[in-house]
Design a protein around this ligand. Sequence first.
Ligand SMILES: [Zn+2]
Length: 308
Amino acid sequence: MTTRLYTHPVFLEHLTPPGHPERPDRLRAIERVLDDEAFSALDRVRAPEGDEATILYAHPEDFVARIRAAIPASGIVSIDADTSASPKSWQAAVTAIGAANAAIDDVFEGRAANVFVAARPPGHHAEKTTAMGFCLFNTAAIAARHAQKRHQAERVAIVDWDVHHGNGTQDIFWDDPSVLYCSTHQMPLYPGTGAKSETGVGNIVNAPLAPRTGSETFRDAFLSRVLPSIDAFAPDLIIISAGFDAHHRDPLAEINLTEDDFDWATGQLMERAGRHSGNRLVSLLEGGYDLQGLAFSVAAHVGRLMKG
Ligand SMILES: [Zn+2]
């Protein structure tokens, strides 16, 4: 079994205003770096069409209808101050969900050792009833619920190392002890949530990092908070909300990680997936806005996933 990669051309057609950091070129940079011969063993699959009904796993119907109604026939519209939609945004968001759910099916049904989904828009800022922070729907949350509904997963761990706190994922699972949400993120920083004191029903583990800290602080947070929480929870599946904007080159934050840190963190989570989750691990792209930092980080992450 190999590592599977889901992509789809429609992910390039979710358009944001000129100068916006969350842009199609991010995926082009990832495609370019994974084109290298080192990744020839990747099992590249075109993302299937998503099932719109699964959006309701994480969001109420009236919210979904509101987003659908906001999609323009032409041009780009603002959903909030920094979140926008273009004519193909609905299809892109639903296909991102389709890819994530297919990745869950793959690891539960033995079609892949693990999976990386290179999709946009990202999802972890989308709350139950609020699209924000470049995100329309919370893809990771929907995928976690899909694992529970389709594959009878009892406990799902979502580990979010995007440099921004995943307020949306925390919101959706705030009172749900069947999902563990662990996040490392810069604080203070957008969206302002993610204090250590936010613990849900004991299922939320926030490990905020001070600006200008780097590898050592990040790895300490992982070793002292994230990994012990996973061990105590013993998940049936690990989902990574894989943002790469804690890279030192990233323009949106001030954490100084290198691609080696993403390699290391990936290895740690693979080890935990082996110990608790039958190796089931699915990684979903979130942020990462410096094209070189993003490409090198994804290469390190996917390279480690492929080592098995
Ligand atoms: Zn981010």
